[in-house]
Write a protein that binds this ligand. Sequence first.
Ligand code: BGC
Length: 346
Amino acid sequence: MSLVATSLAVLRSGQQPGGAFVACPTYPTYRYAWLRDGAFCAYAMDRWGEREPAAAFHRFVARTLLRRRQRVAEAIEAAGRGDVARMLPARFTLDGEEEAPGAEEWPNFQLDGYGTWLWVLADHVGRGGELTDELREAAGLVADYLRAAGELACYDCWEEYGDRCHTSTRAAVWAGLDAAARLTGSPPPGPPVLPTVDGSFVKYEGTDLVDGSLLWLALPFRLVAPDDPRMKATAERIAAELVGPGGGVRRYLGDTFYGGGEWVLLTAWLGWYRVAVGDLAGAAAARAWIEQAATAEGLLPEQLIGAPQDPAMVEPWTRRWGTVATPLLWSHAMYLVLVDAMERGA
Ligand code: BGC
């Protein structure tokens, strides 16, 4: 079976009857539905013509949010006061419940998944998916939430550094509000602050680090053109500083999660970006690296830890949580996006 076929099968079997995508079926703390992971799974399905699984995910998100209108209204109100303890979660249980407060200590205040969901929903509608009343109402609710909370410091897409405003999160919030403007007629957002150092985007204001997630600014969000000089400089820094000896992309310098290895989904992102700027050989190299990262059964892990940045951190994570999450649905989703981009355009 090709890795494309396996990837589609992994996404299909990881989707719950209610439409949620599990982040990873086998890793203890990943048996939840993250908005971020799920939205990219739905996007990959749509790119491969699988309209119904994508639609089912959007219905899941809408239902989950509309069931707690009061909770969302409270979060919007609390955001106005800067009270981040009442914000909406980054992830739900597989049947759309919120975890009981304190059930697991999780840095749950992350805005990027909400913005990404709106962007993916608008893309789904653009591909012919139906914008039902339920979806439109949920989109409006999420846009209200992002307008209220969007400027607050929150955890990033790696669930870290909750006291910063992260550049890739800002891009996702902007993209979500821009998508909501198209879906619901709400006012479009103003341009976000995108900090740069020496002409390249940085992870957050006050650092000169780059982060693999900065590729989002170009793809899918198109907040910045792929060939914008700042985007090109950022991609060059990612390639120079974050590509490991094997050819996979690390999240950022100093990452210690499982030693800070090479991530499948980010390698796919760099390949996707390369397609967008016409570097097809570079895209093919990224694809080949991902294909060799798959297990004999064709399953893609979250990261490869054979060449860690911080070897001493591999063992503590492995002892505590077991082997790296495999299959990670988001890894399979981004592989599907990369292959589709190579075959049919970025
Ligand atoms: C990653 C997140 C991801 C989550 C579930 C975390 O370890 O940092 O980006 O959403 O796992 O896959």
